[in-house]
Design a protein around this ligand. Structure first.
Ligand code: XMP
Length: 514
């Protein structure tokens, strides 16, 4: 979105780089993460309002440590170096970086000496988050220290004439109590940003760009899963080109209760795209018959999904563009946006566009973080219910039925899951708990119901809290809630006579059971 002012974040591989980008955007300023290898010329051509150098795991003294083009400091854009970014700035401009006498990690009280435009409005002593072994021991010429700790004489430095700053602590993490103020100062008082980044503005620009790309008559094909990303993509493209957007929704029969109907309703009434629902559940169940291995289930579902989608697309004849709900973390993580190349394995339609002969993709969410996608969805008028939906795996309920998948077992897990979701919402915990669902375990056990002996299934409740799903803790659900859910499930869902609670963290367990 070229018209928004932007801050460039040079990525040196720090664990908080994406967080810096999000914090900038939370301040209504667009941010882009770029590899540290960009030359000063390439950076100037992007016309940033300012540059932030991220942290990183290397030591600036390593022979192969990442070093940005020193000419960037002469471009005239304000620069803020964070942690590694500060140390590199010091080194490249003639200062000294040495091993700290004592490694600082966690909360540290930092004396803000100032005065500096960067520290305006901050307390004299502020609690900051630090994580470093190396530190600046002598500022480069033109700089002076503006903050310190008992261990670290230069916890922040400034050259107010050239507008170049460095901080050893991490203003982007919430543990730094006044980090928000510091970033706001940098963006508004030093970079003179207007604050023109909002979801309304983004929607307008994106809609205009889609119209320009697709033209007066062009048509677009989208694989709609009903998840947040593909739904917001569909809503946005609908706003741009109306029913020249065709959405194909492959219903594998493994969605949660009422989800399929909700997707159909939204995209035939609220956003009346050209909508095709392919009810392929019989095919999926047939192909899953007798299969118990989780990886094999995933493989079959992925393969069938692509096959069904292709068949539907071929019936439609040639459309001009293929749309996808790729979001910014996917772009960054796949190495297209940065130097770090980690490729995610969860991909449902990865190779599909090429297989179908599309060379051009429309990916209007490519620059957005998940929270922004949700905000955009709300801006476009999608229901909160849909927009704030918890994550749901591509293979759906099939990986929540342990062992062989049958329609009857899917019914059991779907009904029990609906009860669990209803009660979590009634206890107002749907935002606090990151993901929650039921699992049909492979266990059958003895029980009594009325005067009858039963030999029925065990349902497990799984609920986790997490920021990134890489690690997770089990959610401490109130016993009152767990009790109601258990009673309701055994009373309302036939063939369940026992409910257990999964109290395992990730690692060692994963979030899903398969
Ligand atoms: P795990 O089970 O790996 O789950 O701890 C982490 C997150 O990823 C989701 N998940 C999947 N999503 N296809 C997907 O699209 C999959 O095969 C898949 N497996 C797990 C899971 O729901 C959780 O949010």
């Amino acid at each position: 979105m070229t018209e928004h002012q932007k801050i460039l974040i040079l990525d040196f591989g720090g664990q908080y780089t994406q967080l810096i980008a999000r914090r900038v955007r939370e301040n209504h300023v667009f941010s882009v993460v770029v590899p540290w290898t960009l030359s000063a010329g390439e950076i100037a051509a992007l016309h940033p309002q300012g540059i932030i150098l991220s942290g990183g795991p290397a030591s600036v003294h390593d022979p192969d440590a990442p070093r940005c083009d020193p000419a960037i400091y002469r471009l005239g854009f304000p620069v803020l170096g964070i942690c590694y970014g500060m140390q590199l700035t010091a080194l490249l401009l003639g200062g000294r970086v040495e091993r700290a006498l004592q490694r600082e990690y966690g909360h540290v009280d930092v004396q803000m000496k100032g005065p500096s435009a960067l520290l305006t409005g901050m307390k004299d002593v502020s609690s900051c988050w630090m994580s470093h072994t190396w530190q600046v021991s002598a500022c480069p010429e033109g700089f002076h220290p503006i903050a310190s700790t008992g261990n670290c004489p230069v916890a922040a430095m400034a050259d107010e004439n050239r507008n170049i700053f460095g901080v050893q602590f991490h203003p982007e993490v919430t543990h730094t109590e006044e980090g928000k103020t510091l970033l706001h100062n940098f963006l508004y008082d030093i970079c003179h940003c207007r604050g023109d980044w909002s979801m309304e503005a983004y929607a307008e620009t994106a809609i205009r760009q889609i119209r320009e790309t697709v033209g007066e008559k062009g048509t677009v094909l989208l694989a709609l899963s009903g998840g947040v990303d593909s739904s917001v993509t569909a809503a946005l493209i609908y706003r741009a080109i109306g029913s020249r957007l065709t959405c194909v929704f492959v219903d594998h029969g493994l969605l949660r209760k009422d989800e399929s109907e909700q997707v159909c309703h939204v995209f035939s009434h609220l956003f009346p795209v050209h909508f095709i629902r392919s009810d392929a559940s019989a095919r999926f169940f047939a192909d899953l018959k007798g299969v118990t291995d989780p990886e094999e289930k995933r493989h079959i579902i992925g393969r069938d999904f692509i096959q069904v989608f292709k068949e539907e697309a071929e019936k439609l004849g040639k459309l001009d563009y293929f749309a996808q709900g790729t979001i910014y973390p996917d772009v960054i993580e796949s190495g297209q946006g940065t130097s770090t190349a980690v490729i995610k394995s969860h991909h449902n339609v990865g190779g599909l566009p090429r297989d179908l002969g599309f060379t051009e993709l429309i990916e209007p969410l490519r620059m957005l973080f998940k929270d922004e996608v949700r905000a955009l969805g709300e801006t476009l008028g999608l229901s909160r219910d849909l927009v704030w939906r918890q994550p749901f795996p591509g293979p759906g309920l099939a990986i929540r039925v342990i062992g062989e998948v049958t329609p009857e077992k899917v019914r059991i897990v779907r009904e029990s899951d609906a009860i669990f979701r209803e009660e979590i919402a009634r206890f107002h915990l749907d935002r606090a708990v990151s993901q929650y669902f039921t699992v049909l375990t492979g266990i059958q056990s003895v029980g009594v119901m009325g005067d009858e002996r039963t030999y029925d299934y065990t349902i497990a409740l799984r609920a986790v809290t997490t920021d990134d799903f890489m690690t997770a803790d089990w959610a401490r659900l109130p016993y009152d809630l767990v009790s109601v859910v258990s009673t309701r499930i055994v009373n309302e869902v036939s063939h369940v006579n026992r409910v257990v609670l999964d109290i395992t963290t990730k690692p060692p367990a994963s979030v899903e059971w398969e």
